[in-house]
Design a protein around this ligand. Sequence first.
Ligand code: HEM
Length: 169
Amino acid sequence: MIRHILSASLLIAACCSGAIAQSHPPHAVPGELEVDPYIASDANAGAAPIEDPAVFAAFGGEAGIARVVDGLLERVQQDERIEGIFRASDWPRLRRTLIEQFCYLLGGPCHYTGRDMASVHRDHGITTREFNALVENLQDAMDAEGIPFAMQNRLLARLAPMHRDVVTR
Ligand code: HEM
């Protein structure tokens, strides 16, 4: 009960139009590969790292974080409220970048190489209910790993403000 109040309080295309007239944008050289424009940076992780080393230790370091992410992804795949949103996702990439992101945010010796939260989620039309469903799965995954409740909340407090970049409707 307390946990749900806490999570609730914590979690408070342009496609195709007109682009057909030209076969290449003016700056592109025909035949050249298009390069993904984002630059890997910890700034894309969405928050600053927790500086208290006790938190990273409580998660069991990188190996413990990887187990939490695996538990989260297993639950997401079985959660009919949200699994459809992830059907077209690149799961190995998702796993890798989530481990990097959590490890970085928890103060571990990791760097985040993924995209920023707004760019990644923009086209998925995610709702607050779906956001909360994912957080519930994360809480269950952390419980299953025996992460103390206070430590879980340290991570959730870093993730909660990302609501504004992840939820678009
Ligand atoms: C604070 C909450 C969240 C965090 C920290 C987060 C983090 C991430 C990260 C790190 C990636 C991979 C980035 C990359 O590929 O460069 C990602 C991708 C993705 N996330 Fe989230 N996410 C959050 C919430 C959600 C929610 C609520 C949903 C849907 C219910 C969601 C759906 C997705 C999907 C579908 C992808 C794959 C995107 C693609 O490849 O097009 N995320 N997320």
